[in-house]
Design a protein around this ligand. Sequence first.
Ligand SMILES: Nc1ncnc2c1ncn2[C@@H]1O[C@H](COP(=O)(O)OP(=O)(O)O)[C@@H](O)[C@H]1O
Ligand SMILES: [Mg+2]
Length: 247
Amino acid sequence: METMIEFQHICKSYGTQVVLNDFQLSIEKGAFVTMIGSSGCGKTTALKLINGLLIPDEGTIRIEGTDIQTMDQNVLRRNIGYAIQGSVLFPHMSVEQNIAYVPSLLNRRDRQRTRDAVDQWMKIVHLPQELKDRYPWELSGGQQQRVGIARALAASPDILLMDEPFGAVDSITRTQLQKEIKAIHEDSGITIVFVTHDINEALYLGTRVLVMDQGAIQQYDTPDQIRSRPATDFVRQLISGQQQAAG
Ligand SMILES: Nc1ncnc2c1ncn2[C@@H]1O[C@H](COP(=O)(O)OP(=O)(O)O)[C@@H](O)[C@H]1O
Ligand SMILES: [Mg+2]
């Protein structure tokens, strides 16, 4: 299997606080990695290191073998979709303008192609076409989240980073969005790194689940292995929480 993203000996501190210490992780092309762990353990930090929003103090991050520090940062970010919790939409832009933001920058001369792309992405995330001209404040939380995902996907990135993207929506919408993102992953072969604090979500979505605690990897395994062979007490506790939730 080809490696898409690689963390090599990554150290990252904020002031005197060490968040990641000699962090090593290899993510296969086409994987759906769900990242779960205690609050403040460094999940968001790890995600932002992938798209260059943060720079490691030590170590190297490679995408398809290339050290991202040697890449044009605009090219890097264009290739990586980033969706986070809550509305990150441009408030003064319509749904269509929000989704088209990246493609229209890339091909300003081809308006029809941009419009077609917006239609296509709205369909994929199950947004009715009649919402196209609405502004973010005229949408429900779930719809805003869908627009955010459509926008992140609209640039056809190779990698999609999602930081607790469904944290703020109700549980029915959440279940629908989970199904949609899982289907999008299966159809597109895109590599997804998805942070969540919900073990059920992590086990349902992930082809690989990364369990972190205090900057250290507790286990990085398939959902089945996480369930049947928890590597540490921390993982065992997470799983027992999951069984309670299920039962
Ligand atoms: N910009 C920052 N300046 C100082 N400390 C930060 C900053 N960003 C995050 N931290 C701290 O680093 C730790 C890891 O943060 P983060 O990666 O956001 O954790 P997680 O996403 O797992 O909850 C936390 O203790 C957080 O308070
Ligand atoms: Mg976070």
